[in-house]
Design a protein. Structure first.
Length: 255
């Protein structure tokens, strides 16, 4: 854990074991799967890339990704980033593990279905939004998502503990992350692909470096940061309390 006031850490330490078997203590350098914390990184990259392209937040995703233009109600890039797309979850027909193994198969599965409600009328998290965010970023950047994030964020900030687990070198250095599924313990992120919340691996120190750089406008301009964090609204005007891949909350006197 790293706690900071402004850009100055006031607490940096770990608790428990980085590896329960060897009882090696956890610290701020211990690497874990980032889980849902990884989702905003692709969103930040995508919004920044839009400023360099002919597309906007209100471009239908089918104008960027082939095969997604047949939906009756267009799903826009804004809908995907704001989690107001109403796209179906894998649980409504496609096995989640299969979607994780083959993103293009998951894309084809989505193309054959329609949103469960009119886009922009409901707020709700779905893995389909994460998938489309990553694929959109790849399409606009012309390079794989892991390489894009490494080039734009990880290398410039010296985030040496951060990488995408693609089954290669470095995987053995991960601290175990176990979750219970149907009463059995299993490795979180066992199905690896770069759009899955379990694929990004990082440390508390690296996450602090990223957050400090984002707030300090080292990664994006002020206008992009405001767009990312401004609460989006549903079609009826109701605020969702969530931005474009990021949310802003208040802790005491701090926002």
């Amino acid at each position: 854990m790293v706690v900071a006031v402004g850009d100055e850490p006031i607490l940096a330490r770990g608790w428990g074991y980085a590896d329960p078997e060897s009882e090696s203590p956890a610290d701020v350098e211990s690497r874990y799967r980032a889980g849902a914390i990884s989702a905003p990184l692709a969103a930040i990259a995508l919004v920044d890339l839009l400023g360099e392209s002919e597309h906007t937040l209100d471009t239908p995703v089918g104008d960027v990704l082939a095969g997604l233009s047949e939906w009756d109600a267009p799903v826009t890039i804004r809908h995907v980033l704001a989690h107001t797309s109403s796209l179906p979850d894998w649980g409504s027909g496609m096995d989640g593990a299969a979607a994780a193994r083959d993103p293009r198969a998951a894309l084809a599965w989505l193309a054959a279905r329609t949103p469960e409600a009119a886009p922009g009328t409901c707020f709700g998290f779905t893995p389909a939004d994460l998938l489309l965010t990553g694929l959109l970023a790849e399409e606009l950047a012309g390079e794989p998502l892991p390489r894009l994030l490494r080039r734009r964020f990880f290398e410039p900030l010296g985030m040496e503990a951060t990488f995408h687990d693609e089954g290669g070198p470095g995987r053995h250095e991960l601290s175990p992350a176990v979750q219970e599924v149907s009463g059995e313990a299993c490795d979180y992120g066992a199905s690896i692909q770069p759009f899955d919340a379990g694929s990004l691996c990082t440390s508390a120190r690296d996450l602090f470096a990223f957050t400090r750089a984002l707030a300090g406008l080292e990664l994006v301009e002020q206008g992009v940061l405001e767009a990312l964090t401004e609460s989006q609204r549903l079609r009826d005007g109701e605020p969702t309390g969530f931005g474009l891949g990021l949310g802003r909350t208040r802790l005491g006197e701090h926002e």
